[in-house]
Design a protein around this ligand. Structure first.
Ligand SMILES: *Cc1c(COP(=O)(O)O)cnc(C)c1O
Length: 219
């Protein structure tokens, strides 16, 4: 299969998983995760009609996306990796969506930069559903309070929740937990599911899945 076939295959599987779960079709956005791949590798995906992409490093994304966007202006770019506060200005300038808002300091920095640059990004709060010490994200028990802080204290509009389940666990319960937390926060968008588990995520209500290797190949 070439990249175009893999992309079609992923899109078909998303639709099939939605259908089997009794979810309406066309409600899940495919975020193609292009980290570690250069512009030459990404271009065929754009030519195949893909418009939403995810990157996990600000600096790496800065190296390739301004050029690709000059060719195709309607690209939507998601930051899916941890954001350091000294990179906030660059991130706010480059990305359309930040999926990894996970602490007060970074939420404040994003709010300040959006105001300074007069840009409004779409934001997701990352939840560490597995309470893994090495992983970013707010603890599940603190999610509701943190979302309220972002909204009420900082005036940020939070679009949804995002999670990355522990690699060695059944992801289903983590996706279900994220859905439950989102409901409590009055949020209806869920970014969950990667190459190995996106069909499970769709069945459990994902409104976007972040798929890298199943589209671009092994990193
Ligand atoms: C790399 C990455 C993905 C994509 O992973 P694949 O297994 O290649 O699909 C999804 N989400 C995040 C946060 C990532 O860093």
């Amino acid at each position: 299969m070439d990249l175009c076939d893999r992309l079609t295959d992923v899109r078909t599987r998303i639709e099939k998983a939605a259908q089997e779960a009794g979810r309406p079709s066309g409600r899940t956005t495919l975020v193609a995760v292009s980290k570690t791949f250069d512009a030459t590798a990404i271009r065929p995906a754009i030519e195949a009609g893909q418009r939403v992409f995810g990157e996990n490093r600000v600096q790496e994304a800065q190296g390739k996306w301004p050029g690709l966007r000059a060719e195709t202006p309607d690209i939507e770019l998601h930051l899916i990796g941890p954001l350091q506060s000294n990179k906030t200005a660059e991130a706010v300038a480059l990305f359309d969506v930040i999926e990894t808002v996970d602490r007060e300091k970074i939420a404040r920095a994003i709010a300040t930069e959006m105001q300074r640059q007069d840009r409004k990004l779409r934001l997701y709060v990352q939840v560490n559903t597995g309470l893994e010490p090495q992983k970013a994200g707010i603890a599940p028990d603190d999610a509701e309070k943190f979302v309220a802080f972002c909204r009420e204290t900082l005036g940020l509009s939070i679009e949804g929740l995002m999670c990355i389940p522990p690699a060695d666990e059944n992801p289903g319960p983590h996706f279900a937990l994220l859905a439950k937390l989102a409901q409590r926060c009055g949020l209806d968008r869920l970014s969950m599911g990667m190459s190995g588990d996106y069909e499970t995520a769709v069945a459990l209500g994902a409104t976007s899945v972040r798929v890298g290797s199943a589209i671009f190949g092994m990193r």
